[in-house]
Design a protein around this ligand. Sequence first.
Ligand SMILES: [Fe+2]
Ligand SMILES: [Fe+2]
Length: 444
Amino acid sequence: MEKITEIPKWDTKDPSPNLKRLDNDQIEAYEIHDLLDSSECEKIIDLMNKNHIPSTLATSDGAIKNSTRTSSSAFFDNEDPFIKSIEQKISEAIGIDVSYGEPLQGQIYKVGEYYAPHLDYFNKKDENIYNQFCGDRGNRTWTMVIYLNDEGLEGGETNFPKVNVSIKPKRGKAACFRSMNPNGRMNRLTLHSGQKVTKGSKYIITKWFRENPVNTHGNSNPSSPIETDDLSNIKASDITEKHYFSSIEELPYLDKKGVGFEKRKLPEHIWKMAQEAYDTLLPKITTEDPEEKWITSVIADEYGNNVCDIMSFDLIPEKRNKIHEALRPIVQEWIGEENPITPSALYGIRSYQKGAILDMHSDNFTTHHAGCIVMVDKKIEEDWALHCVDHNGETHKVYLEPGEFALYECAKTRHGRPEPLIGDWFRNFFVHYKLDNWEYKEVS
Ligand SMILES: [Fe+2]
Ligand SMILES: [Fe+2]
């Protein structure tokens, strides 16, 4: 057959004839039965049982909400010939070279565990997250999931709620779907969930493929973990010892007073800058589009409705940089010079509306290590407390007036506003810094 359009380098070229397209024209999804045999499934389950940790989640708004993904993740030894053979099978079935894959990951879902609706690819509009997770490799293009068990298992289907597709776990069966169309556009309709397991435990392995192969730098190991890009213009890392971490727990506590947060008044010049930014942005306030905002948001009213507007600092990049730089020495002084920091994120002024609840969460532990919450303006009937959990696990309520701010260890200090907002609106912004000498590394 003649090729009518050029197939992108990353795309599937010679897929297995056993791949059966699911009956849906809005997403491109396939099933392949018995990709793995029972002994392979058993062997992988065994490896997963020996080595797993609670799953975490990177989100576009810098939050890690464990209740979105309640499973455990397992990682494999990519040098193990058995794992290599599985990788090879997956690659041949989908028709994409192994070098385009991420390291294989396993997930275990016990009774009651699930994965809320999400997209597998990263939001390009969120530069920090995108650069952090995509770097040289580009976005995720295809996903393949293989179900390792079904006996005694109930629930745990992979659902695509926007297109009414549901895939039932079956031992050895693979399901794959395309996130990126051949023209480079992402398909939002691939939104999917791992339904709650109601009986037994669900074991799956997941393989994500990327736009670019891993060995662009002559790396001979195609299955090695993604190289994380050093995008944070690291200054001190050359002269100070470098640490690696793969979870929040491995990060150091920073507040030497042993609390994790502290309320202060903004210096006059910074408060002026914040007010100027607010004045400029207020006419441009927009509702955060729930489609754009990704489903992983932690802000909603009790029914899950979007009750948050945003005044994006994207519109005033220079002012953003100035505010980020102006607050840096204050945060730096608070955590001490021995832990140098670099600005990592400052999204915009969030305007919470009546009924808003900001769930307790910790911020993205890869890039949000220290920072502040700057209170800008409020029109309320009752003050709205920020809840912060200190190093000892005790929760405190912090009340902020315009011109005040709270320093906090964004990743280590769990925080939120779990009581519904009583009043018209409440506006603040979050300023994040990354530790220069601590680098996130995926567990392999
Ligand atoms: Fe997924
Ligand atoms: Fe947060």
